[in-house]
Design a protein around this ligand. Structure first.
Ligand SMILES: [Zn+2]
Ligand SMILES: [Zn+2]
Length: 644
């Protein structure tokens, strides 16, 4: 049966179930949803069970949208919305997404904008006809969030085309029999960087993550093996069903825009914060390449294409992404919006979880990774800290270590440089430092934030529901919002850097986290010679990165100056590594996670770790889980395994 025939049957079922008098103007697939356009949406929405029952019958998500002929012009709608919503709600922005007939109303007091039991919302729906969505005004405005809203508004026609094509591809056939499932390692196996995995069934092809190894200059090691014959064939014959991005870090998302250069026209699935943060990091990747005169595999245009092709999903939303595959994203506890990908294949046949990077313990910023899956037969798990010696100190000890190192450095009039990933570690440290300064356990020195940290933090405040309950509560009470503390000083451009370097003792959080490009390198060059200063590493340093050399204690580091000449930087500063802040699970947490999901699990594959750690983790899981008879493997890149 073709998608058109499937749609015809769905339409029949819908007409049989809606109340008499409902005027339906169109029924179509849009992404993983069946959308009903109607001239009288209130008739369908008033009966709360109607759509629920329909969705159950059709086994698909059903959405009601007002027909474009009945919605108000955007200008008139703005006037009317301002009439309906009381002034005290303090609207800060009204923007439209014509692709889905939605109006986003941003207000400082969302409760007042919604009205008593949703009365204002109902009034807007009834009279303005756009579907209203109320969001809380983020305490820090983000140019990325705004930019993405503008892109979606501008590209609404293109987006509609994409969503329709995606929908028809997802529902191209029904009752597909799954005969086999296999996975192919395309990058990030027995290494960290360029994570990429191809999942295939006899019906579908799905790509999990598509990253770059920023620590490598060699294209054969920096990018995933997308040139291998089977993937090339899938891409050129338009048979790739979906890309799923686990989280925004470039080793997972950095190569995605390249696919749009290779004429991929399908969907990307990820959480909304992953979409926004990926865009921020990808843009930075292009800018750094330009600045350093290095080739970049894509440009801003492909980053924009990636945004228009993204179908954002919140945690625990279940969606069909191919005729035989259903996707659910779960919290991974690693960075804002990071997810463990759960795939349900062939109507109960086989369930796969791809961990991405995950933290199976609570951090200041996030709740621990989800461990409850309806069913799980195959697990693909990261191994960054999978070696037998990779036990991290407790968070308490790590925080004490950090504060005493800073106090020691400030005491001798030095500066503390902490290279951080703009997303994740930076915000985690900001919370710790702000609290320490507030309660007097750190002297009052400025904390400079250089590189995209401020913008990444703004995106964090736009998605409070993705943060830990403690931080969310703090953010909603403005006076305690840790990110807005006066102790932080954003460095908007490089002009200010000279003053900071020559100035008084200070704490500097700067990107990149591994001293590969970015402002952290500039600070390192200027501060390394002075033994009063300290560099503190709080995140993973990839083999071959500048950070890894400094961490290992090289006395002299060869570096290029602004004229491109190599120059040796003498390192006299104190070098410190504090492991406990990691956003990754340590060895014990990894094993505990496997133990919790082990009932029913048949196969475990390890990836995302140095070779020895991937192998060690795989063999340890095999031994520990012997009673459960779990088959474990540590694939190499380009190896394929049949999992069903
Ligand atoms: Zn990561
Ligand atoms: Zn990673």
């Amino acid at each position: 049966m073709s998608s058109e025939e499937i749609l015809k049957n769905i339409a029949k079922e819908i007409y049989n179930n809606v109340p008499n008098g409902t005027i339906i103007t169109n029924i179509d697939f849009e992404g993983p949803e069946v959308v009903i356009y109607t001239r009288n949406p209130s008739m369908l929405v008033s009966d709360a069970d109607l759509i629920k029952d329909l969705a159950k019958k059709l086994r698909k998500r059903v959405v009601i949208r007002p027909d474009s002929s009945i919605i108000m012009s955007e200008d008139d709608a703005i006037i009317k919305i301002k009439e309906y919503v009381p002034k005290e709600a303090e609207i800060t922005d009204i923007c439209f997404d014509p692709g889905i007939s939605e109006v986003i109303i941003e207000a400082r007091k969302p409760g007042l904008a919604i009205g008593k039991s949703g009365s204002t919302l109902r009034e807007i729906t009834k009279n303005v006809r756009w579907a209203p969505r109320i969001v809380r005004t983020p305490p820090i405005s983000s140019t990325s969030v705004q930019g993405i809203r503008n892109t979606l508004h501008r590209e609404c026609a293109e987006r509609k085309r994409i969503m329709k094509a995606v929908g028809h591809r997802i529902y191209r056939s029904e009752n597909v029999r799954s005969d086999w499932i296999r996975i192919t390692a395309l990058g990030g196996f027995r290494e960290v960087g360029r994570s990429c995995l191809l999942l295939q069934t006899n019906e579908s092809n799905i790509l999990l993550d598509c990253g770059v190894n920023v620590a490598s200059d060699d294209p054969s090691k920096a990018y995933p093996y997308l040139g291998c014959p089977e993937f090339k064939y899938i891409l050129s014959s338009n048979e790739l069903d979906a890309i799923i991005i686990s989280h925004a870090h470039l080793d997972h998302s950095g190569f995605v825009p390249y696919l749009f250069k290779s004429l991929y026209d399908g969907p990307i699935y990820c959480t909304p914060p992953t979409r926004d943060l990926s865009m921020l990091l990808q843009k930075d990747f292009v800018e750094i390449a330009k600045r350093e005169d290095k080739p970049c595999p894509y440009s801003f245009k492909e980053i924009k294409d990636a945004i228009t092709h993204t179908i954002p999903l919140d945690y625990k939303e279940v969606r069909d992404i191919a005729p035989d595959v259903r996707l659910t994203l779960h919290n991974a506890g690693h960075i804002l919006g990071s997810s463990i990908t759960h795939l349900h294949v062939g109507n109960g046949l086989h369930n796969i979880a791809y961990s991405g990077d995950f933290k199976f313990s609570k951090t200041r910023l996030l709740e621990p990774a989800n461990v409850r899956f309806p069913r799980l037969e195959t697990l693909i798990i990261e191994s960054t800290y999978g070696g037998s010696k990779d036990i991290q100190p407790s968070r308490d000890d790590a925080e004490k270590d950090l504060l005493s190192t800073i106090r020691r450095t400030i005491g001798r009039k030095g500066k503390v440089l902490i290279p951080v990933l703009a997303v994740g570690r930076a915000q985690e440290l900001m919370i710790v430092l702000e609290e320490a300064m507030r309660n007097g356990s750190l002297p009052n020195v400025p904390i400079y934030l250089d590189g995209m940290i401020w913008e990444a933090t703004a995106i964090h405040t736009a998605y409070p529901e993705y943060l830990s309950k403690a931080v969310r509560d703090q953010i909603f009470h403005h006076e305690h919002n840790p990110f807005l503390s006066k102790c932080f000083d954003n460095v908007p451009n490089s002009n200010k850097r000279k003053d900071i370097i020559e100035g008084d003792p200070a704490i500097i959080l700067a990107t990149s986290g591994m001293l590969i490009g970015g402002s952290s390198v500039e600070y390192f060059k200027a501060l390394a010679y002075d033994e009063r200063n300290t560099i503190i590493f709080v995140s993973y340093q990839a083999e071959g990165s500048m950070g890894s050399r400094v961490q290992k204690g090289w006395n002299e580091i060869p570096m290029k100056d602004e004229n491109g000449r190599t120059q040796a930087i003498k390192v006299n500063m104190e070098i410190n590594t504090i492991e406990g802040f990691s956003g990754h699970s340590d060895r014990n947490q990894l094993l505990r996670f496997v133990n919790r999901v082990s009932s029913g699990t048949e196969k475990v594959f390890t990836n995302h770790g140095e070779s020895g750690k991937c192998i060690d983790l795989a063999s340890s899981i095999y031994k520990i889980q012997q009673k459960n008879k779990i088959e474990t493997r540590s694939p190499q890149n380009l190896e394929t395994f049949r999992i069903y």
